[in-house]
Design a binder for this molecule. Structure first.
Ligand code: PLP
Length: 495
């Protein structure tokens, strides 16, 4: 019997009523043992065949658990087999060195004229543009199982009694909160009870609520730069002072000086898939961020907007579940996994806050849509949600591959493709003589909607490039769309 099998409580692998598959359970047990130091750096894990035999599991279950741990940086393959990785240097972030930026940021501030054009461009966004090829963040709308949804929605309305037409709980319908709690625990490694789950009108709504409820007027909110404009607007509207924080190839990269000089109350971040540049925040950076936020008395807002669609392995576990009691509010949305018009999302708030939220929320929002919430709970509980995700993952991987292929064959200008480990978009950098906002405007005239990277700037320069959504464009149309885009840009350059 190996030391590891003595250390793992085998009863936990077989807990009755546990919805997690065994391999996920084993991964969770090993991850916890590494995080709390029971499995110190350098310990060799037993060969997968040996552990499988001792635990009575299929060997593939052990292999998958090891692979997931390796993908997240907990273990690494060596000549001795699979070995626990050196625990992250928690001072890796904030060591005062200049953040590496990928792609390189242009130096200085954007000119006032360019800033005005970017603002005007953002203001002119319309519902028609959202349907054009390359608009980021729009899922494959015609692949959504509408007949099933219609049936569940009709059934939900049929079942509504008159009492359900009164004011509904501000935290959302219990049935949906339970379905969400079960899903995020199993699929995202979130550690929570149903009391911590609050249904919202999507992540934008969650961000506004957090900005109002977790910070006082004038306190600082750190926002990734470049980053999600909705987070900035929510914080500004709540009277917070927005501080842009650069990102590098590992995501949010605050310096030691920034922690000292401009300590935050809120930290908005997209660790699973930095929006828009696409980096994935490694374990070391996540742990360091949690530790530093704790020391600063700050709340981390973890926006997990499209992590269901990881293309190079199973989705990485959320930051929320990494450290017990971490000051993390987990934000999830159904806009990408279902459809944006649904306007349903959720927050998982820390246990220490759930009573406070339950009390305060009724004054801030009136939550309704009991039939949509009931239909969504049924969609999840009856397995349609996971079935839809299982169908969408390979579809999006195929569409991304088609976009990469079309770019590699037809794109005439130097540029780098960034991101793609996850989600629904890629970033294409542009040479300096093609200004991204000009390219996006030329594209718009031809019915195409890539977004200029400069539109994601939070203050300070941004890289020059295009953010290109691929999820709502069939693979067979990708080549003609890319060619139309380059014709639009070439025509714009010739003028
Ligand atoms: C980074 C990011 N977070 C969240 C969302 C989703 O917001 P919502 O749930 O309000 O639709 C988006 C949508 O575009 C996004 O890009």
């Amino acid at each position: 019997m190996t030391d590891l099998t003595l250390l793992l409580d085998r009863r936990l692998l077989r807990a009755k009523g546990d919805p997690l598959p065994r391999q996920r359970r084993l991964y969770e047990l090993l991850r916890q043992a590494i995080l709390d130091g029971r499995l110190p750096a350098g310990s060799a894990l037993p060969a997968s065949r040996v552990l499988a035999h001792e635990l009575g599991l299929a060997r593939n279950s052990v292999i998958h658990a090891y692979e997931q741990l390796a993908a997240e940086g907990y273990v690494q393959a060596s000549r001795q087999g699979t070995v626990v990785a050196a625990l992250p240097d928690r001072r890796a972030v904030g060591s005062g060195h200049a953040p590496l930026t990928a792609p390189p940021m242009a130096s200085g501030q954007p000119s006032p004229a360019l800033s005005n054009r970017v603002q005007a461009f953002n203001r002119r966004r319309t519902a028609e543009q959202d349907l054009m090829p390359f608009m980021p963040g729009i899922p494959a709308l015609d692949e959504f199982p509408l007949p099933t949804w219609r049936r569940l929605l009709n059934a939900a309305w049929r079942d509504q009694s008159p009492e359900l037409l009164s004011y509904r709980p501000a935290v959302g319908e219990l049935e949906l909160r339970q379905a969400i709690a079960t899903y995020v625990r199993a699929a995202r490694g979130v550690v929570c009870t149903v009391d911590q789950v609050i249904v919202t009108g999507g992540t934008q709504d969650s961000l506004s609520l957090c900005a109002q409820a977790l910070a006082d007027l004038g306190q600082r909110a750190w926002i990734e730069h470049p980053g999600y404009g909705g987070a900035r607007v929510a914080c500004q509207a709540a009277g917070l002072k927005v501080v842009p924080v650069p990102v590098d190839e590992h995501g949010l990269a605050p310096t030691k000086a920034l922690w000292r000089q401009q300590p935050p109350r809120l930290i908005y971040t997209t660790p699973a898939h930095q929006y828009p540049l696409g980096s994935v925040m490694p374990l070391a950076r996540r742990l360091a961020l949690i530790e530093q936020a704790q020391a600063a008395g700050a709340w981390i807002l973890e926006d997990d907007y499209d992590s269901e669609f990881r293309h190079d392995g199973p989705p990485l576990a959320a930051m929320q579940g990494l450290v017990p009691g971490a000051p993390v509010v987990y934000l999830g949305t159904f806009s990408k996994s279902m459809f944006p018009a649904l306007r349903l999302g959720f927050m998982v708030v820390p246990a220490s806050l759930s009573d406070q939220w339950q009390g305060a929320l009724g004054y801030l929002v009136r939550r309704g849509l009991p039939a949509e919430q009931a239909a969504l709970a049924a969609f999840i509980n009856e397995g349609h949600f996971t079935k839809h995700l299982r169908k969408m993952r390979p579809l999006y991987a195929q569409r991304q591959a088609a976009l990469r292929d079309a770019l590699s064959r037809h794109w005439p200008w130097p540029g780098e493709v960034l991101g793609g480990a996850c989600g629904l978009h890629l970033v294409l950098t542009l040479p300096p003589d093609i200004v991204d906002i000009d390219a996006a405007q030329a594209a718009m005239k031809r019915g195409l909607s890539p977004r200029p990277l400069s539109a994601y700037g939070m203050g300070g320069a941004t890289p020059n490039g295009l953010v290109m959504g691929y999820a709502n464009t069939p693979a067979e149309q990708m080549e003609s769309r890319v060619r139309a885009l380059l014709r639009a840009i070439s025509a714009g350059l010739a003028r």
